[in-house]
Design a binder for this molecule. Structure first.
Ligand code: NAD
Length: 348
């Protein structure tokens, strides 16, 4: 069996090839493609039995139907989120789809904290100043985290890991999650409704999935409920935030800081070098003009431990499919979507 890997960067090649050679030598051969999967590049998968895709690959009904026509029966997502695949189309085509639900949640949680503290203590600005021999600390004033209220939206694996770390800073913790019960969270803080969380938190950190009901969870109305000057951190999915609304909230000082690892229109830009081009996304460019906005290119997961885990689970999922074993990470299997109701995907 040949596995076509799309959006393959040097690190994807390295970790997938190493794990394949060490743990799954007889499972498949791997064809890496630097291109993202789309209706323009899908023909590269011809002759393969399975496709491996990442967060900004296109897996809409059209692409899935073409892949199915090539005889491909397995789609392996080497990521946790699955808002970018049309699971209903995969179901009707009888495709097997699996993801990597948990690869070092601590990697993402630690990055959320890194963003928070960089923005809060302005170390990104200090770094540039000091390199130019400017040791003036005017404008670098931050706030002590100890005793501040942090609101965690989405108390799954990453949200809980983030709560544990903020707890270590001595923060007061609030969380909102429609599924998790308060017993699980009691040792760290209190479960509250979203409105209370927004009103009371100095820092709001988003860790829920992107679904129909969470798209633009942060919008004009919810921003108006936030504590004035609060910081918003998003390491989850860009679509959770209505970007135009946060720009307005930054302009009016309602929002005191915004730290993003994800952006709702990131698909066109992220993971590629556009430094020699004119970037046409005016919303993103406006966002980047604020001194109190910190933006990274979807790298919260990016640790060597997480990449090893991603490669290992991706190939284990393929191994389960090939051996016709039940796969604990399947999202669509034997013609049925098996996603829990609270994780219903956004339809493309
Ligand atoms: P998870 O499934 O373990 O937890 C998600 C939690 O969100 C669940 O407890 C669920 O009940 C809750 N939730 C659902 N709807 C909600 C709502 N409306 N309000 C509040 N909570 C809600 O997922 P996880 O592993 O913790 O990952 C969280 C998200 O992080 C993923 O969906 C993914 O999009 C994102 N992620 C980002 C990166 C990155 O590199 N930036 C890496 C991995 C995952």
């Amino acid at each position: 069996m040949k596995l076509a890997v799309f959006s393959a960067k040097s690190y994807d090649r390295k970790y997938l090839d190493e794990v394949r050679a060490a743990r799954f030598p007889d499972l498949c051969t791997i064809e890496h493609h630097a291109f993202a999967l789309s209706s323009e590049t899908v023909s590269l998968a011809q002759g393969c039995g399975a496709v491996c895709a990442f967060v900004n690959d296109t897996l809409d009904a059209r692409v899935l139907t073409t892949l199915h026509g090539y005889g491909i029966r397995a789609i392996l997502l080497r990521c946790a989120g699955f808002n970018h695949i049309d699971l209903a189309a995969a179901e009707s085509l009888g495709l097997f789809v699996a993801n990597v639900p948990a690869y070092s949640p601590e990697a993402v949680a630690e990055f959320a904290i890194a963003l928070t503290q960089t923005l809060n203590r302005k170390t990104h600005r200090a770094y540039n100043r000091v390199r130019e021999g400017n040791f003036n600390i005017e404008g670098l004033l931050g706030r002590t985290l100890h005793g501040k209220t942090v609101g965690i939206v989405g108390l799954g694996r990453i949200g809980m890991a983030t709560a544990r770390i903020f707890n270590g800073f001595g923060c007061r913790l609030l969380a909102h999650d429609p599924v998790v019960d308060s017993d699980t969270f009691r040792q760290y803080g209190t479960l509250v409704d979203l409105d209370t969380l927004l009103q009371e938190s100095h820092i709001v950190s988003l860790h829920c999935p992107l679904t129909e009901s969470t798209r633009h969870l942060i919008n004009e109305k919810t921003l108006a409920r936030m504590r004035p000057g609060a910081m918003l951190v998003n390491t989850s999915r860009g679509g959770l935030i209505k970007t135009e609304a946060v720009i307005q909230a930054l302009k009016t000082h309602v929002l005191g800081g915004l730290a993003l690892d994800v952006y709702e229109a990131e698909g066109e830009l992220f993971y590629n070098d556009h430094s020699g081009e004119i970037i046409e996304d005016d919303v993103l460019m406006r966002l980047m003009t604020f001194h109190n906005v910190l933006l990274c290119g979807h790298q919260a997961f990016f640790t060597s431990e997480a990449l090893t885990e991603i490669a290992d689970v991706t190939l284990s999922n393929l191994s389960d499919f090939v051996a016709r074993r039940s796969c604990k990470n399947s999202l669509v299997s034997e013609g049925h979507v098996v996603v829990p109701a609270d994780k219903e995907p956004v339809r493309l």
